[in-house]
Design a protein around this ligand. Structure first.
Ligand SMILES: N[C@@H](CCC(=O)N[C@@H](CS)C(=O)NCC(=O)O)C(=O)O
Length: 211
């Protein structure tokens, strides 16, 4: 049976990876429609995309853009949006914080890597501390970022933590709850299988070779 979902994206982790983590962990099949730089440069696909950018996501004839909206859609469809309005709102808040950090990371990678890396890493603890605080407030850090069930934000946060662990391997040394959280999530059986897959290991992190 063909996969229900299609992710149209560049051959990198980028803004597709949190969706991949969610789908893999939820046991969902998806098709990767890989857009090379060459295809993108031709311009036709870009013109056809609502905001001129990828990722594009398809669930049958339902077409979506914007990586966070894609995560929210999948969250609504797979019970990953908290157990009540308060949890859902807290999830929105934390997802915005992940987005803030992602924007800073993307700016570093694509605009200022060589000159800005040391300063970025120096400032990183202040960026990560709020997530440690959130974990501490939720069941003493033994659980998920919000509530007692995994949510779409856990996948987004896990992805951004993976990225920072490559950029600065010691970045969680003074955040024991976040370090434990990453280990716990990485060891969920379906996530572990995905993280260890050749497709995942061979996929570059970013489009310019910086990481
Ligand atoms: N807010 C959008 C940003 C999408 C975005 O920045 N896409 C980049 C790749 S990650 C892109 O399509 N770049 C090619 C271009 O802009 O021509 C999202 O979250 O999906």
């Amino acid at each position: 049976m063909p996969a229900r979902y299609t992710l149209v994206y560049f051959p990198v982790r980028g803004r597709g990876e949190a969706t991949r983590l969610l789908l893999a962990d939820q046991g969902q099949q998806w098709t990767e429609d890989v857009v090379t730089g060459e295809i993108w440069q031709k311009g036709d696909l870009k013109k056809s995309c609502l905001f001129g950018q990828l990722p594009k996501f398809q669930d049958g004839d339902f077409v979506l853009y914007q990586s966070n909206a894609i995560l929210c859609y999948l969250a609504r469809n797979h019970g990953l949006y908290g157990e009540n309005d308060r949890e859902a709102t807290l999830l929105d808040m934390v997802n915005d914080a992940v987005e803030d950090l992602r924007l800073k990371y993307v700016r570093l990678i694509y605009q200022n890597y060589d000159a800005g890396k040391a300063e970025y890493i120096e400032a990183l603890p202040a960026q990560l501390r709020p997530f440690e605080t959130l974990l501490a407030q939720n069941d003493g850090g033994k659980s998920f970022i919000v509530g007692k069930k995994i949510s779409f934000v856990d996948y987004n946060l896990l992805d951004i933590l993976h990225l920072h662990l490559v950029l600065a391997p010691d970045c969680l040394a003074s955040f024991p709850l976040l370090a434990g959280y990453v280990q716990r999530l990485n060891n969920r059986p379906q996530l572990k299988a995905y993280l260890e897959s050749d497709a995942r290991k061979q996929r570059p992190i970013n489009g310019n070779g910086k990481q």
